[in-house]
Design a protein around this ligand. Structure first.
Ligand code: ZN
Ligand code: ZN
Length: 342
């Protein structure tokens, strides 16, 4: 079968490798669609801070089931979680599932950009396989995991109805946040980006105002439109550390800054931290997601209320995974890029 791998920094190759063999408690899935995540781009560049496996926004069709697995059938359409928490450790008991030691140790084999992948027993037993309702296409299904990541971040922000939010960066994740903010009942939603077509997409998905920091003073504009306070919450949906500093200037006293975009390894900041103290700003990092939020994402999608399919701008064949990742990285005219198979 074909599977993508990073052979050295910046070089993604399609390799021929055997279809993974499954154990009695594993499941084999035939990949049908897998989204390209910002973290995949970092993995290809060799600057990632998350586990190196490529492709985790993955859906497919069950191809084979271990004899001890119950509740699934060959041919069923499914979404699969690559990481699962243990649900019993100190972190899990306090709700911090994505920092559970077991979380990053669990994974699918070989990766999401492969014709087939094995879902190991731990993932199968801990609810990592979700059945896709027939009204969710494979392409849309690839949006479940990234949507769930955003739901988790927004839940951590303790958003209240009517809260004003700024979303820094209107790439696929920023746009997903904007759409979800409308569903969560936000007040004004400001989207910022330096790319015009992304700002247009932000407007279509529910941003009340869009701002381009190259031509506008974003902090001044947001203050002006929030009675001088600043936003109740700011989502930093890019990895650039400077965006965190801007978020601190954009948020009101007592507000929340959600650190959503994964920074590159070693990214540094220098800042007068007394401002954070005096303004009582909460900095809330949100890394990845668990099946608690993916179930919510799937239900929202199945109900037809999510309305995010328009962010899928490009699809590529598995053979062209390198091109797909390049297309997502260049971001010239792309939003969400999806790799398809079979
Ligand atoms: Zn992702
Ligand atoms: Zn745990």
């Amino acid at each position: 079968m074909k599977a993508a791998s990073v052979v050295r920094p910046s070089i993604v190759q399609i390799e021929d490798r055997p279809i993974p063999k499954i154990g009695p408690s594993d499941v084999l899935v035939k990949m049908r669609a897998c989204g390209v995540c910002g973290t995949d781009i970092e993995k290809v560049r060799g600057l990632h801070i998350t586990p190196p496996m490529l492709g985790h926004e993955v859906v497919g069709e069950i191809a084979e089931i271990g004899e001890q697995v119950k509740g699934f059938e060959v041919g069923e359409r499914v979404f699969v979680h690559h990481h699962v928490p243990c649900y019993v450790c100190h972190y899990c008991r306090r709700g911090d599932y994505t920092v559970c030691n077991s979380f990053v140790q669990t994974t699918i084999e070989p990766c999401g950009f492969a014709e087939y992948f094995r879902v190991p027993r731990t993932n199968v037993e801990r609810g990592a396989i979700l059945k896709l309702p027939s009204n969710i296409s494979y392409e849309e299904g690839a949006l479940i995991e990234p949507t769930a990541c955003c739901i988790r971040g927004l839940s951590k922000s303790r958003i209240r109805p009517g809260d004003d939010f700024v979303v820094i960066g209107c790439g696929p994740m920023g746009l997903t946040h904007i759409r979800l903010l409308t569903i969560f009942g936000a007040g004004r939603i400001f989207g910022t980006d330096v790319v015009g077509f992304r700002l247009e997409a932000a407007k279509k998905l529910g941003a009340s105002a869009v701002l381009n920091p190259r031509s506008e003073d974003v902090v001044e504009q947001v203050r002006e439109q929030t009675s001088g306070r600043g936003a109740d919450g700011v989502i930093v949906s890019v990895g650039a550390p400077e965006a965190i500093l801007q978020a601190i200037d954009l948020v009101r006293k007592g507000g929340m800054v959600v650190l959503f975009g994964a920074p590159s390894r070693g990214a540094m900041l220098s800042y007068d931290v007394s401002k954070i103290f005096l303004k009582e700003i909460s900095l809330i990092p949100s890394y990845s997601t668990s099946e608690l939020e993916t179930n919510v994402a799937l239900e929202l999608m199945a109900s037809g209320r999510l309305g995010l399919s328009s962010i899928i701008t490009h699809t590529f064949r598995l053979e062209d995974t390198a091109e797909a990742i390049r297309c997502a990285a260049e971001a010239k005219a792309s939003l969400k890029v999806i790799v398809k198979s079979g």
